[in-house]
Design a protein around this ligand. Structure first.
Ligand code: C5P
Length: 397
């Protein structure tokens, strides 16, 4: 799948740079051509000689190396690549990317490219949790930068937490997802997933039990068939898929805005469990437990994102898929819901507690369209996702 693909690999200065040597081996085993760019601090962790030997090509290091500019300028470097991979993606490199700096070869290539960029962050847990890195991550996600990891675990600095670079094989699989060639190549698909959180005050919120597992599996399966996926997710329990553009949101209103911003798309899959109401008298300050009595919450209806996209006059995706989680009269309720909302398909499932579906690993769904009802046997949520992705591919191509 990666044979003859061309990866431009930017190796930042972090202890995880040694894993990038293994990443190069894994990519070369799969027939990939890897052109390495080593940052100045990267050379403190791995030698240009070992990088060059493993890639079987020269290492690019300096913006002002005139020979390189003559042979292959920094614009040309990224033009030849199918994908740019930044591993380790240090806090410094992420900050430069988010700020649009171009003061060395790596940052200049990253600013000058029109190719997709996949970052494997790697840093100390405190650096990862720092508000500056959080801001940069948001900015980069908004710019469509793809991410894989970081993972949680023991760190070289002796601390524990998120910040460890993803393992080489995880990065390879994110690269495969990003470069997937399949029936959905050139198709843009928006997927919503997870619950929404509706604030009561700055510390309290109303939520639901959606884990985000089914939406995440659907986004992964669609990307695996070559789609460019915008994954708009509420605060889910499962990590977002790698190799897709992730847009994190909290509330239904933010989800609606993110969906509107992501359109146009060829298809949209609404797997999120969006709260039906938000608290219209949410307080800006924490509500105190005092003698004035119990607080009274007032509710207002949230926008129905599925219905609004299904009924759009302009930029309506060719295929709109909704979900209907029901506890009784599943098929009748879901059929009525499809008509009411105006979507093309509705994926109905029974979430009564005895089914163990809500929060579980399996799902039993019926896909309802205007023409037919297809009851699928109970299977793994990943298998449901793959079958749905294939059905979407058949409908779009
Ligand atoms: O009406 P109900 O919540 O049962 O509809 C479920 C479907 O509608 C799901 O596809 C869900 O993602 C979508 N939905 C939405 N916006 C809402 C409520 C539900 O997109 N406010």
């Amino acid at each position: 799948m990666l044979a003859d693909k061309h990866i431009l690999l930017i190796i930042g200065g972090g202890i995880a740079a040694f894993k990038s040597l293994d990443l190069i081996r894994r990519l070369r085993e799969r027939g990939c051509q890897v052109t390495p760019v080593l940052t100045r601090s990267g050379t403190e962790f791995v030698t240009p000689l070992s990088v060059s030997a493993l890639c079987g090509t020269k290492v690019f290091r300096d913006l002002f190396d005139l020979t390189d500019e003559a042979e292959m300028g920094h614009i040309e470097l990224s033009r030849a690549a199918d994908l740019i991979v930044v591993a380790p993606g240090t806090a410094d490199l992420m900050a430069k990317m988010a700020g649009g700096l171009a003061n060395d070869l790596a940052s200049t290539v990253l600013l000058a490219t029109d190719k997709r960029v996949l970052v494997a962050p790697s840093m100390n847990v405190r650096m990862w949790d720092h508000p500056a890195t959080r801001r940069n991550l948001e900015t980069l996600r908004g710019d469509g930068i793809l991410f894989v990891g970081p993972n949680e675990g023991d760190m070289a600095c002796g601390e524990y937490g998120p910040g460890r670079m993803a393992e080489p094989l995880e990065i390879v699989s994110a690269i495969e997802t990003a470069l997937a060639d399949g029936p959905l190549k050139d198709k843009h698909i928006v997927v919503t997933s997870g619950p929404t959180h509706e604030p009561i005050d700055p510390v309290r919120y109303i939520a639901n039990r959606s884990s985000g597992a089914q939406g995440t599996a659907i986004a992964t399966a669609l990307a695996g068939l070559g789609a460019t996926v915008t994954f708009i997710t509420g605060p889910a329990d499962v990590p977002p898929p790698s190799g897709v553009t992730v847009v994190p949101v909290q509330t239904a209103a933010q989800m609606q805005a993110a969906v509107d911003a992501a359109l146009p798309a060829d298809a949209a899959v609404f797997a999120a469990a969006v709260a039906d109401w938000h608290v219209s008298n949410a307080s800006d300050a924490k509500i105190k437990k005092d003698k004035s009595g119990l607080p009274t919450l007032e509710f207002a209806e949230n926008p129905d994102i599925l219905a609004s996209v299904s009924q759009r006059k302009k930029d309506r995706p060719q295929l709109v898929v909704g979900f209907a989680a029901e506890t009784n009269d599943v098929i009748a309720n879901a059929t009525a819901k499809r008509q009411r909302k105006g979507c093309d398909w509705i994926v109905a499932n029974d979430v009564s507690p005895e089914t163990g579906i809500m929060g579980g690993t399996e799902n039993a769904v019926t896909v309802i369209s205007a023409a037919e009802q297809e009851a699928w046997p109970r299977m793994d949520k990943d298998a449901v996702a793959r079958r749905l992705a294939q059905k979407i591919a058949d409908a779009l191509t």
